[in-house]
Design a protein around this ligand. Sequence first.
Ligand code: ADP
Length: 371
Amino acid sequence: MPQKQSLSVLLVEDNETHSHLVQRHLKRAKLSKIEITQAQTLAAAIELASSEPFDAVLLDLSLPDSAISETLSRFIAAVPHLPTVVLTSLDDLDFASELVQQGADDFLVKTDIGSQILLRSIRYAIERKKNKQKLSAYADQLKRSNDELKSFAHTIAHEVRSPLNIVSCCLSLIHEDYAETLDSDSLEAIADANTAIANMTELVTDLLDYSRVEHSGGQFEPIDLQTLMAGVLHLLKSEIEQTSAVVTHDALPTIIGNEVQIRQVLRNLIGNAIKYHDPSRTPQIQIACEHEEQCWRVVVEDNGLGIPSESRQQVFNPFVRVHESTGVAGTGIGLSFCQRIVINHGGKIWVEPNQPHGSRFLFTIAKPQSR
Ligand code: ADP
């Protein structure tokens, strides 16, 4: 984009000698037109910047009506759109990075000021502010469309559940009223329809849970994994009994997270380890929690069917199912749901082959001090 050949600059400086120097340098810069307006207090600067269309402001932090530590934040809070170059007497990088974090677009050490440096800094601040504004507009738009998408998925899932319930009730009524008069083909068709409805209901419930992950992500609290694990194993009691699975676990720590979500992850991973067992072996499932410097690493390993190497990343995508041919029921959402939850907790999840058979699912969860 071509550089603007005229600039209108607000100079906020109460020291006349400094002000004079800056104005002289600015006037010497090779521009067709330069307009400089001076303000000597923060209040006057805010008033001017709010009513006139300046290209940038050169802001001294030490002003009669504002403490050095407050000038920048007060100015930016009042006039967030104006590219701001801070004039400082301190040549200190830590101080400079603090200024940038507070929202300054550039800073200049007063003793270094010259025409070219001043001009470059103002132009840089103008470009930087434009980019910041573009980025923040893009982030807002992304957040809005994400929120819309989530609430859309949520609504659709709700809307689908209600007709499903009606169809299911109608089928039970038909079955109750006509069971004796219907032939075996019709009864089989009703049974098939009921299975399809059960699968669809499971899918809708999974989708609803999936769309809720970030909505409930705010409530992080200490979770005693030992107690949580006992609850998960109780929920899976009938699956464990039916398959004679042997589930063991180490002593587990207290972590910080959303209890409902972490329960879902463990339930899914242990539930899958049972579901995808190899019928020729007694399912052996071991849960461990390894201590890493920054995080805990939870490992769920089984001696089941395993996952071929080419599918180990894809199983975390929605609707990917690897063992469809075994006839084990499922929606293909569980692992993508786990991944969403783990990411929401600042961790990662992956799967490795177990030796000699089965899989090892691992996920990390940040320790409290590193969050
Ligand atoms: P679902 O179990 O509903 O199909 P998931 O997202 O939980 O969905 O799992 C995706 C796929 O990953 C499963 O269909 C299965 O093929 C594979 N899988 C998951 N866990 C295991 C496991 N412990 N052992 C072998 N395969 C697994």
